[in-house]
Structure formats: C-alpha cells, structure tokens
Design a protein around this ligand. Structure first.
Ligand code: NAP
Length: 311
C-alpha cells in the first residue's frame, strides 16, 4: 500500500486549503472527501471572504479551492472515513471499506446540522422539515415557513426564505438573538414578512404527510401554542463530525477535536476547520487553519526525515 506524506480527511474549504499547501510542498496529498456537502456548498452569497469585493457564491468558492489544489497535484477520493489507527509508518484510515496510509493526517471533517430531538423531527425530515433553507427555500414559494434559532444561520435562512415564502416566523428560545448586528438588522428591515416569536421552545413538529406546524412552549409561562407552517427550518448550530475519532485522539465535551494551534493530542495528526473550532467557524478561519495544518504536517515530515524515521 502506498504511504502518502499526508492524508486529508474532509471536503470543505479547510481540506482544500490543506490540500493546496501540501500539494505545493510536493507531499502528494490524498483527500478523503466523503459524500455530504460541506457547509459553504450549502450557502449562497459569501460576502466576508476577503478578495471578493462583490461576494462569491459558496459552492463556487469551494469548487475553485478544490480546482486550485488539484492543479498542484492533490488527489481526491470520495469515501467516508470510518476509523483511524496508528501504525509504525504513521496512520491508516479505513474509508468505504478501503485502507489508506499516511505519515501525517489532517482532520477537516467539519460539522453537521444539530437536531432538536423532539417528536416529529425524524418523521418529517425531508417532508417539510429542513436543515438547509439555501437548498430548499425555492420549494416554499408563497408558503409559510418557520426558522428555529437565533444565530447568524437563522438570520441567513430567513433571508433565503424571504425571496420565496409569503410569511416567515423566526422562533427563538430566548429574548435576544446572538446573530451579528448586520444580519439582525437585515432581518429586522424585512418586518413586512418576517416576524419573531421570542422565548419559544420547540416541542413537536406536527404534520400528516407533510409538516403542518410547530408546537412551541413559552419559556416563561409554559403555555403551549401551535404555529402553522408548511415548512420548518432548523438553524440551531452544528455538531462536529468526529464519531470516527473517538478513542483515537482527545475530543472536548462537545466532541470537537482538542488542539493546541492545529496540533491534536496525537503527534503527526493535525486538525483544521469547524471540526476543531467551536468559536470562530468562518470560511476564512477554516481556510486559515487548513493552511496552518498543512505547514505543520510539512514540518513533521521534515523532522521525520532529519531523524532518519521517514520510511
Ligand atoms: P450558533 O451561533 O451556535 O447559533 C445557534 C442558535 O440556535 C442559537 O441562537 C441557539 O440559542 C439556538 N439553539 C441551539 N440549540 C437549540 C435548541 N436545542 N433549541 C432551540 N434553539 C437552539 O450557530 P449558527 O447560527 O449556525 O452560527 C455558527 C457560526 O457560523 C457562528 O460563528 C456564525 O457567526 C457563523 N455564521 C456566519 C454567517 C454569516 O456571517 N453570513 C452565516 C451563518 C453562520 P441560544 O442563542 O439561546 O444559545
């Protein structure tokens, strides 16, 4: 089996950036990119990635980064990583039943949409319940939609839906949004069709064949109300995709990879992007940590060579 200088696990902007840098360092990176779309590919216009004064569409940004990495020789395999183990030469990753070997490893598996774990959620997922307004908003032309959450994602989902839906209700469990001011202001300027229900805790997604509404409980009084809707959109954050890493390296209480800079608890294994960043979670910081992980992996290989341990 060929042992690569670096295996990169993940398919988002941090993985492509790590691939670009390691390819340019002649490390012959192999990227195990999985099947789920990365978060930027589910976004519309990205206005805060430097270098694009008029913004750039999320999917285009990611595709460009991948193309750029490929231009320097990065290779991609679309398989989902299932397990990782240490070997005398470095590491082995099992993905799609096949085994891949690398002297270093960069983990860039990102994070997936968080769910509420309430009745009706599993049943109606894909039948009126969605975790991606950017993907599904067009299905709600002249329909009524609910967006759950109070962060930037919830604002963004509401704005995406505003282009199509006749009425959007933002349901938030507290009485203040955590979203950035600019996003809040945009949503507030669209009062004609976007309203907010504060202090509302979702308790059940209701429907028959498709969603018909959301039952919420008032956080103060406990009173339950049903809000009618054709679509319910979850925008309550994300969980890191680290299930396959349990027991291999240190994770924090929320499952994020524990890092010092981009170094994980296992020498030779680095992490980049949302999988290790519960704080900033921006496209540009993901690209930044992807670059850092690549440079650290390169340094690690140089140390192996200098110590006569490069086999
Ligand atoms: P987030 O900032 O973690 O916000 C999640 C929201 O969901 C919070 O308002 C939270 O309520 C609520 N929530 C969490 N669990 C819940 C539950 N079980 N029931 C009801 N509500 C629940 O996540 P995000 O909005 O996805 O944003 C993540 C990061 O990406 C942030 O750094 C954000 O700035 C960034 N982002 C940026 C943009 C942009 O700039 N265009 C767009 C999207 C995301 P509480 O407030 O009460 O905790």
């Amino acid at each position: 089996m060929e042992v690569r200088d670096v295996l990169i696990v993940g398919g988002g902007i941090s993985a492509h950036t790590a691939a670009l840098y390691t390819a340019r360092a002649s490390m012959k990176p192999l990227v195990l990119s999985g099947f789920e779309p990365d978060q930027l590919s589910l976004t519309t216009l990205v206005e805060n990635f430097p270098g694009f004064p008029d913004g750039i569409m999320g999917p285009e940004l990611v595709e460009n980064a991948k193309k750029q990495a490929r231009r320097f020789g990065a290779e991609y395999v679309q398989e989902v990583a299932e397990s990782v183990k240490k070997t005398p030469n470095g590491f082995e990753v099992v993905a799609g039943g096949k085994t891949f070997a690398g002297r270093t490893l960069i983990i860039s598996t990102g994070a997936s949409a968080r769910m509420l774990n309430i009745p009706g959620e599993k049943e109606f997922l894909g039948r009126g319940l969605s975790t991606c307004a950017t993907c599904d908003a067009a299905l709600y032309k002249n329909k009524i939609a609910i967006v759950i959450g109070g962060g930037d994602s919830a604002m963004e989902e509401s704005l995406a839906l505003y282009k199509f839906a006749s009425k959007i209700t933002l349901v938030h469990r507290r009485n203040a949004f955590r979203a950035s001011k600019i996003m809040q202001d945009r949503v507030r300027s669209l009062k004609d069709r976007i309203s907010v229900v504060w202090n509302a805790i979702p308790v059940e997604v209701q429907g028959q064949k498709f969603v018909t509404g959301l039952k919420v409980k008032d956080a103060g009084t406990g009173k339950e109300t049903v809000l009618s809707a054709d679509g319910v959109f979850l925008a309550i954050g994300h969980n890191p995709n680290t299930g396959f890493l349990k027991g291999f390296l240190d994770l924090d209480a929320n499952g994020y990879v524990k890092v010092q800079g981009v170094k994980t608890s296992v020498p030779g294994v680095f992490a980049a992007g949302d999988v290790m960043d519960p704080v900033y979670r921006q496209a540009v910081t993901s690209a930044g940590t992807g670059c850092m992980a690549a440079l650290e992996a390169e340094k690690f290989i140089e140390h192996l060579k200098a110590a006569g341990q490069y086999a």
